[in-house]
Write a protein that binds this ligand. Structure first.
Ligand code: HEM
Length: 359
């Protein structure tokens, strides 16, 4: 990555606010140029890693290692207050879904190494027009294991990609967030709460999302003789015999102090803004390590802007992701010679058993 390309002209304005009950989420021309420069720099990294990849795969710049993929079903509660309803959030409605769990670090490493972890959920066959790629009829929810993001802005992201030690030395709060985000032990991708970290619209409100296993789970342990892929093995073992389930929850904006929109480095206060369950994700019994599943896991791509306007991603970090995810996904698909691949619900591998009601 050539960080001499960094735009020092770049100035970040706080462009997302709730003003008189209206959500204002604007991008300045400087920000647009900065985001394009960042996408170019990340593309260079992806190409460089591709040229050195032992398996000849062009991988994601972030979250390259899948720790398991699974088909799932996303079900909304039978009762939803009218003001939370959207073309997507309809009472009792369910959607076929595909989940990809991942390790965040840019290199593929053994699962024992502490890391932030991801859970990306794609819903298929939705109605309503999505903000990008409307023909795909996908709605994506992307979560990570910490309840906050580690930095706040495009300029900080450039700093992070440059001389990292120097940058983190000058930004102890970012370093502390990275340490916190990687300081837990995971037994299985199915035994963790995950968070959207950054805000989204829900009609005229602002929310964050979270998913939490329906059943209680203990503190994580790395098994003895874990092996480099113990997370994907743990998930496959469980799903061979049992189904799994996550509650899908929303947390509503209260005010800038309790639930800041422009500071994603702090979690929203759960005592004043509790998570409220609005649905469930059921993961039926299945083989998560079939060849077909592994191939889908590599080729699928998520983007927070695979979303209808009622659920628009907002804030500076999401504005970056709109461009970066699109360009990296299309670059890696073209390097992997699947340039036109778009996953549909008919690609979902069959479950082993029926999907039950876990409630
Ligand atoms: C400036 C901010 C961010 C940048 C530049 C960034 C960059 C990226 C990139 C390039 C990818 C790979 C996309 C692809 O090739 O399909 C990715 C994937 C991912 N990101 Fe981010 N990201 C950012 C913020 C976040 C945040 C706030 C979250 C919190 C939920 C997050 C969670 C994930 C996850 C879970 C994946 C893996 C998706 C999958 O399984 O395919 N990222 N990110």
């Amino acid at each position: 990555m050539k960080c001499s390309l960094l735009p020092h002209f770049f100035i970040l304005f706080n462009m997302t606010n709730v003003l008189n009950g209206q959500i204002v989420n604007k991008e300045s021309p400087e920000e647009t140029r900065g985001i394009e420069t960042l996408a170019g720099a990340i593309s260079e990294t992806v190409e460089e890693r591709f040229s050195n990849d032992e398996e000849g795969i062009a991988r994601r710049d972030a979250h390259p290692k899948a720790t398991g993929c699974a088909r799932a079903e996303f079900r909304l509660n039978a009762k939803l207050p009218i003001e939370w309803q959207t073309p997507l959030f309809q009472p009792g409605k369910s959607y076929p879904a595909f989940i990809r769990y991942s390790n965040a670090t840019g290199a593929v490493r053994p699962d024992e190494i502490p890391d932030a972890r991801g859970m990306a959920v794609k819903l298929f066959d939705i109605s309503g027009t999505t903000l990008i790629n409307p023909d795909n009829r996908h709605h994506d929810f992307i979560f990570a294991s910490d309840n906050k993001f580690f930095l706040n802005s495009l300029s900080e992201y450039f700093g992070f990609l440059g001389n990292r030690d120097e940058f983190l030395g000058n930004n102890p709060d970012i370093l502390a967030n990275i340490r916190e985000a990687t300081s837990f032990v995971l037994s299985s991708p199915l035994e963790k709460q995950y968070f959207s970290q950054v805000p989204y619209k829900l009609n005229d409100r602002v929310v964050k999302y979270s998913v939490k296993p329906c059943q209680a789970f203990g503190p994580g342990v790395v098994p003895e003789n874990a092996g480099p892929d113990y997370l994907s093995n743990a998930m496959n073992r469980k799903l061979k015999t049992e189904e799994a389930c996550f509650n899908f929850m929303v947390q509503f904006y209260v005010n800038d102090e309790v639930t800041p929109i422009n500071n994603v480095m702090v979690a929203w206060n759960e005592s004043e803004a509790p998570f409220i369950k609005v649905g469930q994700i059921i993961i039926p019994r299945q083989n998560t390590q079939s060849e077909k599943m592994l191939e889908l896991c590599e080729n699928v791509s998520y983007n927070p802007f695979h979303a209808i306007a009622e659920h628009e991603p907002i804030g500076a970090i999401n504005r970056i992701r709109r461009v970066v995810y699109q360009s990296i996904a299309s670059l890696r698909r073209s390097l992997n010679q699947v340039p036109d691949f778009v996953m549909t619900s008919s690609d979902l591998p069959e479950p082993v058993g029926p999907t039950c009601n876990i409630d």
